[in-house]
Design a protein around this ligand. Sequence first.
Ligand code: ADP
Ligand code: MG
Length: 254
Amino acid sequence: MAKEIIISVKNLTKKYGDFEAVKGISFDVYEGEIFGLLGPNGAGKSTTLEIIETLRDKTSGEVFVDKIDLDKGPDEIKKIIGVQLQTSGYYPGLNLTELIKLFGGLYNQTVEPLQLLDLVNLRDKAKAKYKELSGGQKQRFSIATTLINQPKIIFLDEPTTGLDPQARRNLWDLITNIRDKGTTVIITTHYMDEAEVLCDRVAIIDSGKIIAMDSPDKLIDNLVATGFERPKEVKKANLEDVFINITGHVLREE
Ligand code: ADP
Ligand code: MG
């Protein structure tokens, strides 16, 4: 099956004053994949994402989203992408159903709140307010809001930062399901275990430059081929395994 390119970034740069945060990066994202931008804090992940999302101006370079040139059709691009809103945008007095209706109105879309909440396993919180949700539930709700306009691509900037192990795994399942239904996902993370499980391909970005790009499997194979060997593991499990094993995989939020 030929893979269609849905996002193409060419020689992208971004300067904040004299400081060049993104230094001429190029990458393609294929339709239907989970593409990870990996890198330490300050690497330029959010800047890159927000430029593609049309929320930040670039300094130079080219960006195409579903063949639409960012310079010519930012409004066209906005219609086919889903972006996580800043939490400050969630009116504190409204419950989840009301918030989804409100956002639907902003996107000019008729949405069925319960259907959307089902997708992210939050139906029983339909009448709860955003501030009453646990960390994992907040993240799931914010992912639901990216889906309101039935986008072709969603952008997730560090969606699992600060979550407990169960909530992280739950979010990985959710993101995988969204991909399996045909939506392309771009995600940023600095957790390599997460990228290894979740991403079809990753770009590793450091100080504004892409220093590696491939599937996690291929990147690992390449490293092993250089003769790299991990210090021998003495135990067959780690503390996270213990934690997950004794507390269970079940998501606990109350
Ligand atoms: P990441 O998301 O990978 O942590 P960012 O894209 O947020 O990185 O930031 C990349 C670099 O650009 C950092 O050094 C950051 O301090 C700087 N930066 C980000 N936004 C601004 C801004 N609005 N003004 C000036 N510098 C910024
Ligand atoms: Mg960031």
